[in-house]
Design a binder for this molecule. Sequence first.
Ligand SMILES: Nc1nc2c(c(=O)[nH]1)N[C@H]1C(S)=C(S)[C@@H](COP(=O)(O)OP(=O)(O)OC[C@H]3O[C@@H](n4cnc5c(=O)[nH]c(N)nc54)[C@H](O)[C@@H]3O)O[C@H]1N2
Ligand SMILES: Nc1nc2c(c(=O)[nH]1)N[C@H]1C(S)=C(S)[C@@H](COP(=O)(O)OP(=O)(O)OC[C@H]3O[C@@H](n4cnc5c(=O)[nH]c(N)nc54)[C@H](O)[C@@H]3O)O[C@H]1N2
Ligand SMILES: [Mo]
Length: 791
Amino acid sequence: MSEHFSKKPNKAGGLSSLTSTLKHIIQSQQPQTNVKNLLKANQDKGFDCPGCAWGDEKEGLLQFCENGAKAIAWESTSKKVNADFFAQHSLSQLQKQSDYWLEYQGRLTQPMKYNKNTDHYEPIDWQDAYQLIAEKLNSLDSPNEAEFYTSGRASNEASFLYQLFGRLYGTNNFPDCSNMCHEASGVALNESIGIGKGTVVLDDFNHAEAIFVFGQNPGTNHPRMMNALRKAARGGCKIVSFNNLKEVALERFASPQDPIELLTPKATTISHAYFTPKLGGDMAAVRGMVKIILARNAEQKENGETTIIDNDFIKLHCQQFEQYQQVVNDTSWQQIEQQSGLTFEQLSQATDIFLSADKVICTWAMGITQHKHSVATIQEIVNLQLLSGNIGKKGAGLCPVRGHSNVQGNRTMGINEKPTTAFIEQLSRAVDTPLPKEKGHNVYYALNALLQKTSKVLICLGGNIAQAAPDTVQTHQALKNTELNVQISTKLNRSHLCIGQDALILPCLGRTEIDNQTTGAQFITVEDTFSMVHASQGNVVPLADSLHSETAIVADIANATLTSDKANGKLKSKANSASNDGTNSAINWLQLKGNYDLIRDLIEQAIPGFTDFNLQLEQPGGFYLGNSAAQLKWNNTQEKALFTANFLPKSIVNVSKEKLNELQHNKQPLYTLQSLRSHDQYNTTIYGMDDRYRGVINARNILFINKKDALKQGFRDNDYVDITSIWSDNQNRTVTNFILCFYDIPRSNLAAYYPETNPLVPLDSFGDRSYTPTSKSVAVIINEAKNPPLI
Ligand SMILES: Nc1nc2c(c(=O)[nH]1)N[C@H]1C(S)=C(S)[C@@H](COP(=O)(O)OP(=O)(O)OC[C@H]3O[C@@H](n4cnc5c(=O)[nH]c(N)nc54)[C@H](O)[C@@H]3O)O[C@H]1N2
Ligand SMILES: Nc1nc2c(c(=O)[nH]1)N[C@H]1C(S)=C(S)[C@@H](COP(=O)(O)OP(=O)(O)OC[C@H]3O[C@@H](n4cnc5c(=O)[nH]c(N)nc54)[C@H](O)[C@@H]3O)O[C@H]1N2
Ligand SMILES: [Mo]
C-alpha cells in the first residue's frame, strides 16, 4: 500500500456511493438546485440524465445514480467562465493547465472569439459569430472542406437540424464520438441482423435466465444497470462476466436504495461466474463456447437424442450456418486457449450456464468494441445467440450498452457519415431538395483531412475531440491546422485551446436548464439504449441570459450560412432560397428554433418510426421505436440473420512480426495496454482524482500491472515508469512517469486511464471496418522512468 493505493473495497454501491453523491452536490456550490435537479432526473416531465444511455424504470422516486449525480452537479455549478476570466488568462497560460483545472473553472457563459494579436479569447456578439461562420463556410472551395463533429449528448432536435444543415450545405462529413465508441457494434449488427441497435428492452432483464456481460464496467459507467443486474441475480438469473479485470461491482453490489445493503456490510453477489480473458481474447472465448456446443450437439444427435441447438430457428431465420460450422471446426483449441487466456474447463463452465438458460441476454461495451477485430468479435457473440434462438423472444437478445445519453438518438437522426440511400432519399423528399449521397468523413478521415489541410473548418456540437481522439500529438496538430474551429460547449476544455487561425466558443444551455424560445419553454427528446424515445425538459433558471440552446445555435448558424447572398453557388437549392430573416424558405430555420414541435414535425416526415411524433411523446415514459430484428425481421441484404464465418485473428497482439522479432531480440517484454475510465470521470471530463472501486487515491497516472510481469522486469510496486507504444511508423509515442500498481490482471496485459494514455494510441491503429481507435489493445513496452519526480 502507498499514498495512492488502498485495499480494493469488497462491494460496490452502498453507503460509499451515497456519501460520494452528497460530496459532489455540495462541491457544486448549488446544493439546493442540484437536489431539485436530482428529483427530476429521468422522471416524467423531468430531464434525461446526461450520465449514460441506460433506460428508465417505469416507477420509483429516485432515478439517478452516483455518477449521474456527478454529471448533473458538474453542469449546475455557479462558477462562470466569462469575459473576465478570459481577460485574465491568455491562451498560452490556459494551455499549461490540466484538463481537470480547465473544466473546474465553471460554465462557459459568453460567446468568445480568439484574437491572435492579444493571445486572448475576447467577447463577440452572437450575430457576429454566426456571420463569421457563414462567411467562412461560404468561402470554401468545396463543402467537403468542413467537418461537423457531434458528441452524443446533443438532443434529437439539435442533431436533426445539425445533419440537415450539413447536408443542405453540401457534405456528409459527420465525424462523431460514436466512431470511437460503439461503431463496431453498428457495423457488426447491421450486417448480421439488419439493424445496428440492440434487440432488447429494459423489461427483458426481468425475464432473462442468464446475462452475459462482456467487456463492460457498469458499476462505474452504467450504475443504473446495476439495479437491473442486482434484481436479476436476486431472482435467480445467472450472471456471467467476461472482463479483463475483476471489477468489484460485477462481483458484489449493494443498492443504495436498499436500507440493509446501505447500512450493513451486506451486498448482492452479482456474477455467478467471472472470467478474466486476455485483452482482445473474447472472440476466442466465445468461439470456444460455440465449439463446445457444436461438439455436444453432434454427440447428442449421434445418440439419437434431441439436439441442443435450435434447429428450427436456424432453418427458418438464419443463413450460412454450414460455412460457420466449418470455420468453428477448423479453429483449434490451442488457438482458443492461447488467445482467450481461458482454459477448456473454464469455457465449459460458461457454456453449461449458457445452455442451462432458455433465455440469454448478451451485453457489451468498450472492452469489446475498441479492438482491431471488434466487428468479428461482436459477430461471434451474435453467432452464439443465434445457435439457441436467443433473439426475438422475451428475456433474450443482444444489448450493446451505449455510452453518451443520446448517442443512439444522434444516429437515428442522421448523424452518420455513410447514410443509406433510403435515408437520403426520404430526407431529400421531406425538404424537397437533393442531398449529397457520397460518403463523408468519420473521425479517422476528418483528422487526416485536417492534418493534410484538405479540410479547413471544424465545427463541434459538444464533446472534446482534442482529448477524446487517439494519438494526441497528431490530433492536436489537426486542430491547430484549422482555419476556423467552432466549439459549441458547456465547459472549457482542450478543444478550445488547440486552434489555428480563427476560433469561436459558443456556450450553450445544459440539459437541466429551462430552454425558453419565442413560443415559450421548450423540451427536447432523446433515445435510450433500448430505443425508447422520450422528452426531456430542464427545470432550473439558466446560469446566464447570454446562453443559447444547442438547437437555437444550430438553427442560427444554418440560417446565417444557407440564406446568405453569398451561399455557396453550387449549393443553391429550394430549401436554401430564403431571405435573410429566414422566412419564405422551405426550411424556415428561425421558425423551427422558436418552436421545437415544428422540428419534430419535420423529423416525422424525414425519419422512419416517428409517425405522430409530438402526439406519441404525451405517453409517460415516451414511446418505443421498435426493432426489426426483435420481431424476427432481417433487414440486411440476405433478409436472414447471418452466421458470420470469421476466422480468429492471426494474433491479438497489435504489432507486426518484424517488430515482435526485434523486441524479442532485445529481450524487451511486450504488453497490451487498455485505456479505460476511472470512477471519477466522464470521458474527458475529470471530476476527481480517485478511483474508489479499484482502490486508487488521488492519482490518475497509474499503470495496473500483473505482479509477476513487473518483478520479471525488475520493477516494484509504486515504481515510476515511462510507457512507449510500438507501431510500424517508428514515431515516438511515449507517456512518462506512470506509477506501477500491482493488480489482479492477466499476464502481459496493462491498464491505465484515458485520456492520459491517448498519446499512445496510433491514429492508424483502428478496428477493421469500424475505424474505431484500438483503445483497448495498444502494444506497448515499459521502461524505468527517465525523469521521475523528485520525492
Ligand atoms: N461515470 C461515467 N459513465 C459513463 C462514462 C464515463 O466516462 N463515466 N462514459 C460513457 C461512455 S461514452 C461509454 S462508451 C460507456 C463506457 O462504458 P465501459 O465500456 O464500461 O467503459 P470503460 O471504462 O472503457 O471499460 C471497459 C471495461 O471493459 C474491460 N475490458 C477492456 N478490454 C477488455 C477485453 O478485451 N475483454 C474483456 N472481456 N474486457 C475488457 C475493462 O476491464 C473495463 O471493465 O460509459 C458511459 N458512461
Ligand atoms: N483512449 C481512449 N479514448 C477514448 C475512449 C477510451 O475508452 N479510450 N472512449 C471513446 C468514447 S467511448 C467516446 S464516446 C469518446 C468521447 O468523446 P467526446 O464525446 O468528444 O468527449 P466528452 O469527454 O464526452 O466531451 C466532454 C465535453 O462536452 C461538453 N459538454 C458537456 N455537456 C454538454 C452539452 O450538454 N452540450 C454541449 N454542446 N456540450 C457539452 C463539455 O464542454 C465537455 O468538456 O471518447 C473516446 N476516446
Ligand atoms: Mo462512448
